[in-house]
Ligand binder design. Structure first.
Ligand SMILES: Nc1ncnc2c1ncn2[C@@H]1O[C@H](COP(=O)(O)OP(=O)(O)O)[C@@H](O)[C@H]1O
Ligand SMILES: Nc1ccn([C@@H]2O[C@H](COP(=O)(O)OP(=O)(O)O)[C@@H](O)[C@H]2O)c(=O)n1
Length: 224
């Protein structure tokens, strides 16, 4: 059975800041479900490309967003991790109809966390500001552009996806700019978010600080 008011932890930040890594650890530690919302935008972008369309075409992007459901096989493809999918994602992400369709998807997840979990952790760009403004705790995870590009390069190579350092850095700059400057749900910390610069912190240190913050907001401690 799902709790009446499931807890939501919101984790936002720019590309490769460590949001996904932190979110999964928090979800595991507190027994919550995790939704990487970037995957939804990547799936919409990739669907449009696969159909031979242009991710900046509002109608095509909106159609793909409305067709996405939690069982769609594209959500599990390795191709979602490529720069091509990331760029397409940040284009469809500027389309208001896409954001509206994905808002419903995300809210359903928080209201009924899979597996009857008592709460959920969502990571993205606008979780604390738009998707879950009433989240129990909000974190904004960031790091310098150079550190983030280096992390993404290592990650892509470890997944067997070929990557050129200067391209990865440029991709990140372009997406940061597009995500921060768009009219709808731009990337920015919520006023009540705890901002965590991870440039000089390893994943364990980031996790420890996040647990302290979540504890101070909710009174909860990790159960695992
Ligand atoms: N604090 C950290 N220090 C070093 N590497 C990290 C840290 N956090 C995450 N990483 C690594 O950086 C890469 C990007 O992290 P990820 O969590 O996917 O970022 P995001 O979800 O913000 O795009 C991954 O390979 C991850 O293992
Ligand atoms: N909540 C979200 C999540 C992602 N996005 C968009 O989707 C793109 C890919 O998101 P992501 O989280 O997978 O990207 P990375 O941080 O992993 O590089 C971002 O550049 C944003 O344009 C968004 O607009 N809102």
């Amino acid at each position: 059975m799902t709790a009446a008011n499931p807890i939501v932890i919101a984790i936002d930040g720019p590309a490769a800041s460590g949001k996904g890594t932190l979110s999964q650890r928090i979800a595991d530690a507190f027994g919550f479900a995790h939704l990487d919302t970037g995957v939804l935008y990547r799936a919409v972008g990739l669907s449009v490309l696969r159909a031979g369309g242009d991710p900046a075409d509002n109608a095509a992007a909106a159609r793909a967003a409305r067709a996405l459901d939690p069982d769609h096989p594209i959500l599990r493809e390795v191709a979602l991790r490529t720069d091509e999918a990331a760029q397409a994602a940040s284009k469809v992400a500027a389309v208001p109809e896409v954001r509206a369709a994905l808002l419903d998807f995300q809210r359903r997840f928080t209201q009924h966390p899979p597996g009857g979990a008592p709460g959920s952790v969502l990571d993205g760009r606008d979780i604390g500001t738009v998707v879950c403004p009433d989240a129990s705790a909000k974190l904004f995870v960031t790091a310098s552009l150079e550190v983030r590009a280096e992390r993404r390069l290592k990650e892509l190579r470890s997944r067997g996806i070929p990557a050129i350092p200067s391209d990865v850095l440029e991709d990140m700059k372009t997406r940061d700019a597009r995500d921060s400057q768009r009219a709808v749900a731009p990337l920015r910390p919520a006023v009540d978010a705890f901002v965590l610069d991870t440039s000089a912190l390893d994943a364990d240190e980031v996790f420890a600080r996040a647990v302290d913050h979540i504890g101070s907001k909710t009174g909860l401690r990790p159960s695992a």
